[in-house]
Design a binder for this molecule. Structure first.
Ligand code: K1U
Ligand code: ZN
Length: 179
């Protein structure tokens, strides 16, 4: 089990365009395993490789709610490598998103409610599927990370500035608590 540090805004690595994955080897499998450990520990429902400092087109998602204390977690790990959106609906829906790279901040973002996506798994096998609901929201959020985009980039300048001020205040409070 290895939990990797999560990079946070405004770290410039989060603005990099991630490179396609070409080699499906043991190193990739270790990274996938570490990303799940890191995401479950955070906790979060998704994580892109660039958030742990590896700018390659890989992301993981598990939408299962964390179990109550003492209970065995029910897990549904999903790995998306080199994902592409082939089609998206014209209908957009709001969802209040968060991001482990923008800690403790949430804001409503509009995204297409249905997409058709293709991707590879950690063995290199290809998949293609229609996706809707929270998985569609989370997949689009994580795919944004692969292109250096954060959910705050979808907000108006005013809302983004307010959120970033709240983030700065929260970080200051965390530092004071730790001192
Ligand atoms: O940083 C990330 O990309 C992960 C992010 C994914 C996400 C959340 C909401 C909408 C779109 C994408 C998170 O997981 S933030 C934390 C979170 O949502 C959560 C944490 C614990 C339990 C349930 C949800
Ligand atoms: Zn995120």
């Amino acid at each position: 089990m290895a939990i990797r540090p999560i990079y946070e805004t405004p770290d410039p690595i989060l603005r990099q365009i991630s490179k396609p994955v070409e080699t499906f080897d043991d190193e990739l499998k270790t990274l996938v395993s570490d990303m799940f450990d890191t995401m479950y520990a955070a906790p979060g429902i998704g994580l892109a490789a660039v958030q742990v400092g590896v700018p390659i087109r890989l992301l993981v998602i598990d939408l299962q709610e964390p179990e109550e204390e003492g209970g065995e977690p029910v897990r549904d790990p999903n790995v998306f490598i080199n994902p592409e959106v082939l089609w998206h609906s014209d209908t957009e829906v709001p969802y209040t998103e968060g991001c482990l790279s923008v800690p403790e901040q949430y804001a409503e973002v509009m995204r297409p409610d249905r997409i058709r996506a293709k991707w590879q798994d950690e063995t290199g096998q290809a998949h293609e599927r229609d996706i809707e609901g929270l998985l569609a929201v989370c997949l689009q959020h994580e795919m944004d990370h692969l292109n250096g985009v954060l959910f705050i980039d979808h907000l108006s300048r005013l809302k983004r500035d307010m959120l970033l001020k709240k983030l700065a205040k929260w970080r200051k409070e965390q530092q004071q608590k730790a001192a």
